[in-house]
Design a protein around this ligand. Structure first.
Ligand code: CTP
Length: 154
């Protein structure tokens, strides 16, 4: 199938962000990374496991009236390394960014160690070094290897 099929499936947006080429099945994790659970009132369209020439299957997330922070993009890159972030203004793609695996991610993940300084109610942002197979807390050295998305701050 062609990308035209995909476009028909999820209609174009006027202003906001399209996160395209997301690894198939990861769209709901993308929503939690960017802090969308429906309660904020944003208009969001999601395609899950839609056919893609490049990836076979992909997910796509379109959020109206919202742009992403660099730390959200950083965490996103860990679960969707092929994602493309498109900024849409008045129906046109005005910026296109391919995500890159960052050296560290700050602020978006939570350290699972209850004794970590980042869980002590102090005004400290979490910081994780990105490893080839996980992430390491820069404060207490705890490593998260699996189910990264379960450690996204709510
Ligand atoms: N898009 C959208 N609303 C718009 C413009 C674009 O939802 N007003 C979506 C398109 O459906 C596509 C993505 O944003 O999923 C990127 O658009 P575009 O760059 O036009 O598509 P491609 O050239 O296919 O992108 P790529 O080369 O990244 O695959």
């Amino acid at each position: 199938m062609t990308d035209i099929d995909t476009e028909l499936r999820v209609s174009k947006i006027q202003n906001g962000t399209v996160i395209d080429h997301v690894t198939g099945g990861e769209a709901l994790h993308v929503l939690s990374i960017i802090g969308i659970d429906g309660s904020g009132g944003e208009t969001v369209s999601v395609g899950i496991n839609v056919p893609s020439d490049r990836l076979g299957r992909k997910d796509i997330v379109k959020v109206e009236g919202r742009e992403l922070s660099q730390s959200e993009v950083d965490v996103l890159s860990l679960i969707a390394p092929d994602a493309t972030i498109n900024i849409i203004r008045e129906y046109e793609v005005t910026e296109k960014q391919c995500v890159e695996r960052p050296e560290e991610v700050t602020g978006v993940l939570e350290c699972p160690n209850p004794n970590c300084i980042t869980n002590a109610g102090e005004p400290v942002d979490t910081r994780f070094e990105v490893l080839s197979d996980g992430v390491r807390c820069e404060y207490c050295d705890t490593i998260i290897r699996e189910d990264l998305t379960e450690h996204i701050k709510s």
